[in-house]
Design a binder for this molecule. Sequence first.
Ligand code: FAD
Length: 378
Amino acid sequence: MSYDVVVAGGSIAGLFCAREVAASGHSVLVIEEDFEIGTPEHCGGLVSTSGLEEIGIIPSGKTFDSQITRAEVSAPGGKKITIDAKKQNVSVINRRELDKQIAHQAQKNGAEIRVKTSLKEIRENKAITTAGEIDFKILVDARGVSALVQKDRTGILQSAQYEIYADWIEKGKVEVFLDAEKYPGFFSWIIPSCGGTGKVGVAGRSINAMQTLERFLDQKGKCSIIRKVFAPIWVNGPIENFVSKNTVTVGDAAGQSKPTTAGGIYSCGIGGIYAGRAISKFLEAKRQDNLGSYQKAWIEKFGKEFERQSFARKMLERLDNKSIDAIFDSLTPEMIADISNNDDFDFHTSAIIKMLGLKGSLKVAQTMFGAEIRKILG
Ligand SMILES: Cc1cc2nc3c(=O)[nH]c(=O)nc-3n(C[C@H](O)[C@H](O)[C@H](O)COP(=O)(O)OP(=O)(O)OC[C@H]3O[C@@H](n4cnc5c(N)ncnc54)[C@H](O)[C@@H]3O)c2cc1C
């Protein structure tokens, strides 16, 4: 068996990459180790509508779950702020269906997809898989966070997310709960899906995600759990090299999800698309700098924002519950209205800066966070 491109990992990044490579007439095979594309779903499904459009997805009836109108963020002490999210135009999509929709686009362009096939080893131009050896010119590593485990464990947090039925899930409202003791380095969340279902999850540094989520649910009240997912998330930002010889790394495997929230549908999707286009050019012109153009394009789009998100994360990780409560107390209705009206779901460090009151009280912030503050404001 021989293909121009073999993609290991049949989720968003790998499938988008395959879609683009196949569109330019090159042969491409996607291998996915699970039994079904899109399953098990390990995603809340929150994504900006503009992001979806940019990656070429118009959600079908099956893919679209619900529209978000507001986000309620709770401080450890119980104070809540509500951000009007109508302008940010955020949807909840069904990842099981989204991934299948992308797979269909890739297949229509000429890509082949094989499930229950796992990449075991790479030897020069050969992929050793559970279905035998496959020759390639380019190998795309789209294996998600699992590909990073050997490289750097410090960026990996454990998460648990349950899909549930509960009458306390409010239509259109995403809820986020901050608590530096219960969810160090992250938060818990409630995302409404459709028809009375929702996704409730937690993540954090060195926590038992399952136990933490069960405790959270006990406090919320009655619910029926219909699906449980335990998955790692990556918060350390992009890896150093997306391209190494004839291997191109995309999506979560390249650290392309947001350092603040670990959201990756949009930025990993763009990673797959840019990689696919660069690979197509390389296959036509055989110039290594064609492959390098992929990393350049991705960094140009997300580099600055991800750098600022990484600093925001570092600062947030230093806050204790008392400081978080104090920040919430200092937020004014005008600041919240400013975030609602002017901020962007995908490029959101400006909202964090406003919430931390950094622009208004730089002196206080500098005492708290030192010189790093300039990096987030810069
Ligand atoms: C609980 C949770 C909630 C999330 N919520 C959101 C959200 O609301 N919005 C958002 O934008 N992002 C969210 N994310 C992040 C988002 O799911 C990821 O960023 C995105 O799925 C990354 O896509 P990917 O294609 O790079 O990797 P993945 O989706 O992780 O896919 C990797 C694929 O590779 C396959 N694979 C692994 N090893 C091999 C192998 N050896 N051979 C063949 N195949 C292999 C896996 O089976 C998998 O299908 C969430 C993540 C988690 C864990």
